[in-house]
Design a protein around this ligand. Structure first.
Ligand code: DQA
Length: 139
């Protein structure tokens, strides 16, 4: 099984960025844990701060991967184009957020991506990614 994780802007700073909200672990360390925990799953990882690159990655992987785990970060709340890309591809997408976007500012309550996703997971810290992965595996 092939699962692609796509992280959006500022998530390259996980571990140092607002640790009270996003935690103290960087994503590479978490990814290593995830790969060890699910050795039977091929987990691809891509991070970009650029909207078009996220769209390109959705196009590249969205017809071959078994699942995509997408944290579009701030673009979640602004990007019609990323929402359209999720709608355009064949691979099912699960939207994830580390923080509980619904307990934060009003502008974070809107997602341009959620309507085209299989489901959304928010508020469980980095474990949001694990939960998304489990949803694809069926456990
Ligand atoms: C985030 C929530 C977004 O509102 C924010 O812009 C992010 C991260 C999260 O994972 O909690 O950058 O997607």
């Amino acid at each position: 099984m092939k699962i692609q994780i796509i992280n959006g802007p500022n998530l390259n700073l996980l571990g140092t960025r607002e640790p009270g909200i996003y935690g103290e672990m960087n994503f590479e360390a978490y990814l290593e844990e995830l790969r060890n925990e699910f050795p039977g799953v091929e987990i691809g990882y891509f991070q970009s701060n650029i909207e078009g690159e996220i769209i390109d990655k959705l196009h590249q992987t969205g017809f071959s991967a078994d699942g995509i785990i997408l944290n579009a970060a701030a673009y979640t709340h602004t990007s019609v184009a990323i929402g359209d890309a999720v709608k355009a591809i064949k691979t099912p997408v699960v939207e994830v957020h580390i923080s509980n976007i619904f307990s934060r500012e009003d502008f974070r309550h809107v997602s341009f991506i959620a309507p085209y996703c299989r489901g959304s997971i928010a508020g469980f810290g980095l474990s949001s990614y694990r939960l998304a992965l489990m949803s694809f595996i069926g456990i």
